[in-house]
Design a protein around this ligand. Structure first.
Ligand SMILES: *Cc1c(COP(=O)(O)O)cnc(C)c1O
Length: 367
């Protein structure tokens, strides 16, 4: 029997081969490779999709977070609150601008950033909060917004895993001051290389990101500040315009698969993520926790099911951040999830047979 892959992007590209080839050919014909008209078009489409006034394409999701903090004026001496249970890039931008990441725990059930922990972490030096919509499930962004308003902080949404997710009736990325997206190939909306974007409804922030991403230029060869080369490629933009049309269909299909998992998985040895009230996730990953992860992963592998882990080492325990002085035990919920999480296969092109095999394999697992 074939293995059930954890993720298989090739299936998507088989379906879209002609559309993508035409889009790439159009960019070649116009030689609009760096920035340019395809980027302008995609930015308009993506801003409209999110319901924001502006989108600015950049080189990656990491660059989006970096340039967002630069545009908000966060810098040395400032603290930025960010969850420890996330992909490490949620924190990189804070370090790049010379500010200090202040990690906080997740909640024990939703595994998303805990607003109570955020409130407790605010100091005189805090300038911003980065809320992460991890796994495509919106975090409690209204609670974060309230804390931000009370303490006069910026709120940045890391939407790298949550393109199209709704908090109540609002798309994520438009609730805080700025939303940061990654179009890394395996994300909900993926390029054919590295790409990212910020969305905002603040004209001033949009203008600043535009300058920072392109050498600090306001007009050609006039550099107002030290800038970067973090523009979006024309080819990536053209590909993203093609794929954006399919995003809602893909998100709906993944939600359908997740519902099948949630209905079908009946195993007391396996705990599922609690989805907060009033949100419509754009599922990126389907993560479970189980006491003996090694045995579970081995069991799944023996039945031909590939799995992954997101993420086995929390940010506060990464070697890159030893200088911050965190130790094991600082964030028990984060550490629990890191030690016990397993990600099951989830992608729109999964067959019914594959979905059924995953459910059956999980249910056959005996602790
Ligand atoms: C992928 C990801 C990023 C970084 O995006 P890149 O495009 O890979 O630089 C940031 N935050 C989260 C939560 C991510 O999943």
């Amino acid at each position: 029997m074939d293995r059930v892959p954890f993720f298989d992007l090739k299936r998507q590209h088989v379906d879209l081969r002609n559309e993508l080839a035409l889009a790439i050919e159009a960019v070649m014909q116009k030689s609009a490779f760096s920035g340019g008209e395809f980027v302008d078009v995609f930015e308009k489409e993506f801003a409209a999709y999110c319901g924001a006034n502006y989108a600015r394409g950049v080189g990656s999701g990491t660059a989006a977070l970096h340039l967002a903090l630069l545009a908000l004026g966060v810098g040395p001496g400032d603290e930025v609150i960010v969850p420890s249970h996330t992909f490490i890039a949620s924190a990189w931008g804070i370090s790049y601008v010379g500010a200090k990441p202040v990690f906080v725990d997740c909640t024990p059930l939703t595994w998303e950033i805990d607003p109570t922990a955020v409130e407790a972490a605010v100091t005189e030096k805090t300038r911003a909060i980065i809320g992460v919509h991890l796994y495509g499930v919106p975090c409690d962004v209204r609670a974060l917004q309230k804390i931000a308003e009370e303490h006069d902080l910026f709120l940045v949404e890391d939407c790298a895993q949550a393109h199209g997710a709704l908090y109540r009736d609002t798309k994520v990325g438009t609730i805080g001051d700025i939303g940061c997206f990654s179009f890394y190939p395996s994300k909900n909306l993926g390029a054919v290389g590295e790409a990212g974007a910020v969305v905002t409804s603040d004209a001033n922030v949009a203008e600043k990101v535009k300058m920072f991403r392109s050498h600090g230029e306001k007009e050609k060869y006039v550099h107002e500040m030290v800038g970067y080369n973090e523009r979006l490629d024309g080819i990536q933009a053209a590909v993203l315009s093609v794929k954006l049309k399919h995003l809602d269909t893909w998100n709906t299909r993944k939600a359908e698969i997740v519902n099948k998992y949630r209905d079908g998985i009946r195993n007391p040895a396996v705990a599922l993520q609690t989805i907060p009230e009033g949100v419509t996730p754009a599922y990126h990953l389907f993560v479970i926790t189980t006491e003996n992860r090694k045995a579970f992963v081995e069991h799944m592998r023996s039945l031909g099911i590939d799995t992954s882990m997101h993420y086995p080492t929390p940010c506060h325990l990464q070697k890159a951040y030893v200088s911050l002085g965190y130790t094991r035990g600082d964030f028990p919920h984060t550490e629990y999830v890191a030690d016990h999480c397993v990600s099951l296969p989830l992608f729109p092109e999964m067959t019914e047979d594959e979905i059924g095999r995953v459910i059956e394999a999980v249910n056959l697992y005996a602790r």
